[in-house]
Each structure stands twice: as C-alpha cells, then as structure tokens.
Ligand binder design. Sequence first.
Ligand SMILES: Nc1ncnc2c1ncn2[C@@H]1O[C@H](COP(=O)(O)OP(=O)(O)O)[C@@H](O)[C@H]1O
Ligand SMILES: [Mg+2]
Length: 247
Amino acid sequence: MISVRSLSKRHGDRQVLQDVSTEVTKGETIAIVGPSGGGKSTLLRCLNYLEHFDQGEVDIAGHTLRPGMGRRDAALLRALRSRVGMVFQQFNLFPHLTALDNITLAPTVVKKTERSAAEETARKLLGKVGLADRAGAYPHELSGGQQQRVAIARALAQHPDVMLFDEPTSALDPEMRDDVMEVIKELASGGMTMLVVTHEMQFAHDIATRVWVIERGTIAEDGPPSQVVDDPQTQVAREFFARLRKK
Ligand SMILES: Nc1ncnc2c1ncn2[C@@H]1O[C@H](COP(=O)(O)OP(=O)(O)O)[C@@H](O)[C@H]1O
Ligand SMILES: [Mg+2]
C-alpha cells in the first residue's frame, strides 16, 4: 500500500528527512512518535505531496511520487489526495459551511458526485463518528472534539485507501480526546491503512500494528508496540518514552 524508498528532504541546510525507507502493507496501523522537530509531520506531508522532497520515491495508494512534481502533475496530485486522506491537529473546517456541507464539498465539486448521493454518504459518516444529529451545525457550534470528528468524516467521504493523522487529539481538551480516539480505533479495526502521529502512548499501544520512533529525520525504531514501547532498543526511544512517562 505504501513504499518509501530513500526519501530525503532538506529545508535550507537543515536535513529534515534522511534517506527514509519503509513499507506499510494494507490494513496496518502505524503509530508515529518521537521528539518535536524530528520530522514526523514532514514525512506525513510528503506522503500526499503537500510538501515536495529532494530525493527518493514513494508509492502510495497506486500512485508514484517523485521529486519535482508540480503543475503538470495536478491531476495526479488531486487523485492522490482523494485516495490519501489527511487529518490535522487543527481541524481546518470551512467556518461558513455546516458539518454536512463540509463533508459533501469535495465529493460534489471535485468528484461531481450527485448532491443527494453525497448527502446520503455524509449522513452515514456523521452517524459513524457519533454526530448523526449535528449535520446542520456550523463549526463554531461544535466542540473541538466534534469538529475533529467532522474533519475525519470529511476525509472518509473521499473513500481513501490510506488515512494520515497528524496529532489528531493534541489540540483538544483531555475530556474530548476519547471520542476522537474511539473513532480512529474503529477505523483501525475496520481495516483502514493508517499512519497516526500521536503522543497518547496507551492509544498507540492499543491501535498500532507497528510503532515508529522518528528522530532527526530517520525512523530510529520500527516494530510492534510490545517491542518498541515496552522494550525499546535504541537510546533515543528509551529517553523519549521515559520523558513521556514523567509528564
Ligand atoms: N517550512 C519550513 N521551513 C524550515 N524548516 C522547517 C519547515 N517545516 C519544518 N521545518 C523543520 O523541519 C524539522 C522537522 O519538522 P516537523 O516535521 O514539523 O517535525 P515534527 O512533526 O516531528 O515535530 C524541524 O527542525 C522544523 O524546524
Ligand atoms: Mg509535527
């Protein structure tokens, strides 16, 4: 489903990703952890080409990404972004659109789905994320946790093959996190292929088939949670988890 080969990226003279290679198979859930500034967000953004990269190649959801793609590849990148859904820390909903219209926007405008069909799908997805009764609400009428669940439903409306989550619960009050994590857990058990950057270690432990510790632009550790979280092999990972536990 995803193959990353020798991916490198720099910002100025700063090497942000260094020769990253990895594979993710269909149905896996990868929890990504690691110190701030390590390159977690950059890696996710490269996977749906929100950021270009300098070297390497990525196969994802049937598309191949290479350095230097641009305007000529607009159609490919549009297709890519509907196959690869992304959910950010900040929910980025359109404030002037209801929950329902946020979800139907891309399907009706980009994919030219019939309005009634798009609405039917959107209502089903709102039910799935526990917001069946809030279809007509505007973002400012919803809590952060509810907005994030609308953002997840919006990404799912494109029927993605892969979902990327970048700290989906970090901007939320603790009591709102559980509902969002529950939705992500359900997606994982439903077989969605997912990469989730998170600092919620119990959550990572529960959902992940593998955990990556990303540090200084490399995947320093990669293995099942029982290995990486409970018995890390690298100094970097040991220090990172020790610091988390102290918090
Ligand atoms: N637009 C940018 N310009 C310059 N440096 C950047 C930019 N975006 C990210 N970086 C740098 O790249 C590194 C990795 O950032 P990021 O991927 O956001 O890390 P993480 O998500 O693990 O905290 C950091 O050192 C950050 O300062
Ligand atoms: Mg980040």
